[in-house]
Design a protein around this ligand. Structure first.
Ligand code: SF4
Length: 532
């Protein structure tokens, strides 16, 4: 499933002053730990490919904090393909501390000015800061209206990042250097939604924080004087950290005066981790909140196998094969195949040399698929195929895959099995699906759960022989967390924050209207916006 995009990633690294540098520091030394940042971002590229950037701290440099960012994936943004240019970026931005970001846009345009980190220059060092964030403020419209109601405010971008920047600046007003924990304590009273944040100022202070519900993952590690944090565990384990932990929701790590401390900035409440992180978004090698992504996906495959056996609709003989929707459906497909004793097979070969290039004559999805992939007719022809999909959002990609399996591959039957319940409601916490009308399942469903007939109607519509989802209960069971600790709003319609519930009502009211755009971007001035 590649129709749903990721929701950004943040990273931070800091080498404290120490007589003996960390063994994990780069060869160039502790003053160059910023060199590790592009590597960390590369390990989180699954979370966003639109832009990448970093801010580094070097008190000996005229620009004490300085920001480099570019549109494009990390390899392009940091010029990895041009050794001299990459080296020149690394030298110019060398520092003993850095924050970084990979971007996918859930709101705002795609140009460089939207890339993060966002730096706000100021003559006073503790007011000169840079930050990057991962998530989505559900009450973005309210916060924006509140700012504009203040005298002389002018906003230049349609993004919550700019709003957060102004709110942080507002907290830093006055002549007294404020306590950073208090700054973010105050902001947590105003923000509703998902907002993991990395922050650094020209005093060399750093903050890494996870929002009070812990929607998005945030991992950290320390080895001697080297500290690092990232949206996922993979960048940290790949740097060589042995013990990687998850930051508790509502907690922040503050690095100040060469000391690291963890502080609570928001009252303890039940976490609401986004279940999608385990099912689809996160790197399959990551461990988030002590739950392995790979093992969660494998458990979903076992659930699918149990369901298949119970229903007994598709004969499990040598004419049946299991094929995953690449790449995220693979762990579930392999586990299902093992349980059922049928083969999970590679069925399409990717041309690894196409990359992001635009090639003459590739105008639509089917053209691009033809250019990028070749289905193996010798594997598919005449077979009964169980096609394993991780989730269905809009169903654009699945339709063209079905066509590939049947028309180009020559499969006899295609049965879609989805390792997730139907997506029935939008996300206002950072995943790019914000309206009901763009979703596939609600067009067929009349109750809370899909009936056999409704699933058959879906199958017919997309040209499959059958289609079955996993039930809601399977999610928490497979991730191994209490359902109360998960956000499952997009599969239940029950939102964990007030603005989420209000926006859902708005999305239901406007589902049949001609209004374009994302629900949380509907202006309050139109009379349909949400007041938190
Ligand atoms: S609504 Fe769905 S996608 Fe969004 S945070 Fe909740 S579980 Fe994740």
């Amino acid at each position: 499933m590649d129709e749903l995009h990721h929701e950004c990633g943040v990273a931070a690294i800091y080498h404290l002053y120490s007589s003996s540098p960390s063994g994990l520091a780069p060869l160039a030394g502790a003053d160059h730990v910023s060199r590790l940042m592009p590597r960390m971002l590369l390990d989180m590229q699954n979370r966003g490919q639109l832009a990448a950037g970093m801010t580094t701290y070097n008190p000996r440099r005229e620009q004490i904090i300085d920001t480099f960012k570019q549109v494009g994936p990390v390899i392009e943004a940091f010029r990895y393909n041009h050794k001299a240019k990459h080296e020149s970026i690394m030298r110019e931005y060398a520092g003993r501390a850095a924050i970084g970001h990979v971007r996918y846009a859930t709101c705002g345009s795609e140009d460089r000015s939207y890339a993060q980190p966002f730096e706000r220059h100021h003559g006073c060092k503790w007011k000169w800061f840079s930050f990057a964030f991962n998530g989505q403020l559900a009450n973005f419209t309210d916060l924006r209206a509140e700012l504009l109601a203040l005298a002389d405010y002018h906003l230049v971008r349609e993004t919550d990042t700019e709003i957060i920047m102004h709110y942080i600046s507002h907290e830093l007003r006055g002549d007294e250097r404020p306590d950073l924990a208090q700054v973010f304590r105050n902001l947590s009273q105003k923000f509703d939604g998902a907002y993991n944040l990395v922050f650094m100022n020209a005093m060399g202070d750093m903050v890494v924080l996870r929002d009070p519900k812990g929607f998005r993952p945030l991992c950290y590690a320390q080895e001697g004087p080297l500290f690092a944090a990232a949206s996922e565990s993979v960048p940290l384990t790949n740097l060589g950290f042995r013990e990687v932990r998850s930051l508790e929701p509502g907690e922040m790590i503050v690095i100040q005066d060469n000391q690291i401390r963890i502080e609570r900035f928001a009252a303890r409440e039940k976490p609401k981790h986004c279940f999608f992180e385990w099912i689809y978004f996160a790197n399959v090698a990551s461990t988030l909140d002590e739950r392995s992504v790979y093992l969660s996906r494998a458990a979903l495959g076992k659930e699918l196998a149990r369901q298949e056996r119970q229903l007994g609709k598709v004969p499990l003989d040598e004419d049946t094969i299991i094929v995953p929707v690449p790449d995220t459906g693979k762990a579930a497909a392999d586990a299902m195949a093992y349980e059922l004793g049928v083969q999970s097979v590679e069925w399409r070969i990717r041309n690894r040399y196409v990359g992001r290039t635009c090639i003459e004559g590739t105008n639509n999805r089917a053209d691009r698929a033809r250019l990028k992939y070749t289905p193996l007719r010798e594997v598919l022809a005449g077979k009964r195929v169980l096609l394993i999909e991780d989730t269905i959002v809009r169903c654009t990609t699945l339709r063209s895959l079905l066509n590939e399996v049947r028309e180009r591959g020559g499969a006899r039957e295609v049965h879609v099995r989805v390792a997730c319940p139907p997506i029935v409601a939008p996300c206002f916490y950072g995943i790019d699906m914000s309206t009901v009308r763009e979703l596939f399942a609600p067009r067929f469903m009349h109750g809370e759960r899909p009936t056999v007939e409704e699933q058959q109607a879906m199958a017919k519509e997309i040209g499959a022989d059958s289609l079955l989802y996993l039930p809601l209960e399977a999610i928490a069971r497979c991730i191994g967390l209490d359902p109360d600790r998960l956000c499952r709003a997009c599969v239940t319609g029950n939102y964990p924050t007030p603005t989420g519930s209000q926006l859902y009502q708005l999305a239901l009211r406007t589902r049949n209207s001609e209004t374009n755009g994302r629900t949380y971007e509907v202006p309050v001035a139109n009379g349909v916006g949400v007041k938190g």
